[in-house]
Design a protein. Structure first.
Ligand code: SF4
Length: 229
């Protein structure tokens, strides 16, 4: 069994197993059109940047089986990844659409669809080893982008167990906030690209492009002279 086989058959969180398997399909679709399983990470295995979202969307990743694919959050994000030179095409329609990522890998802090997009603490904790595996296989990783405060907090707990951060209160979530880790890599947080945040203008294309440009600069080592925390 490969690690991905192990992941997509995971049933560790009963509430999320029930949720992911009971989504009412969108009009015109059937249950069989839905992935309804844990959603593995996706992207460049040689990536220097890893973007960590919260969890699959009901009719996005939970339907297509690929992070941020097929919903509003991805419709906002992928064209901007393309403009930043991190994606081969602006569209992300389904898992077989030919999209390839360059220098970025995308995953979620929680791999299964949570009710109301709100995982509980025990679910973040249960899924954290799978997030750790995502990050561990990225041997060239330099920058972790956390998308939203939930992902940010879960990544911080993981980094704490690995001895890479000190007091968590010193690593507050904020748009474009960046922190140097004890091993010289970087943590960079961003508002989530959810449809709600886009519609309420909490995040704009320019703001997300700024985060991507900063991530590339950090990966290039342009800020490595900054004081270590
Ligand atoms: S959220 Fe993570 S730990 Fe929980 S069932 Fe899904 S894959 Fe398993």
């Amino acid at each position: 069994m490969t690690p991905v086989d192990g992941l997509i058959n995971c049933r560790r969180c009963p509430r999320l197993v029930l949720q992911r398997e009971s989504v009412a399909p969108r009009k015109g679709l059937q249950s069989e059109d839905y992935w309804n399983r844990p959603v593995p990470g996706f992207g460049d295995p040689a990536a220097r940047i890893c973007l960590v979202g919260l969890a699959p969307g009901a009719h996005g990743a939970n339907r297509t089986g690929r992070p941020f694919t097929g919903d509003g959050a991805g419709d906002f994000m992928y064209p901007l990844l393309y403009r930043a030179g991190l994606a081969s095409q602006p569209e992300a329609l389904h898992a077989g659409d030919g999209l390839e990522l360059n220098d970025i890998y995308i995953t979620n802090a929680v791999k299964c669809l949570p009710p109301e997009n709100k995982p509980v603490a025990a679910e973040f904790t249960a899924c954290r080893p799978l997030l750790a595996e995502d990050l561990a296989v990225l041997k060239r990783l330099r920058v972790i982008i956390t998308l939203g405060s939930g992902a940010h907090t879960s990544v911080l707990h993981l980094l704490k167990t690995e001895g890479l951060v000190g007091r968590l209160a010193d690593y507050r979530f904020g748009h474009a906030a960046s922190y140097r880790l004890a091993d010289g890599r970087w943590l960079l947080s961003s508002y989530h690209t959810s449809r709600y945040n886009v519609q309420t203008r909490r995040i704009s294309p320019a703001m997300f492009l700024d985060v991507l440009a900063l991530a590339k600069d950090l990966a290039d080592g342009s800020h490595d002279d900054a004081d270590l925390r």
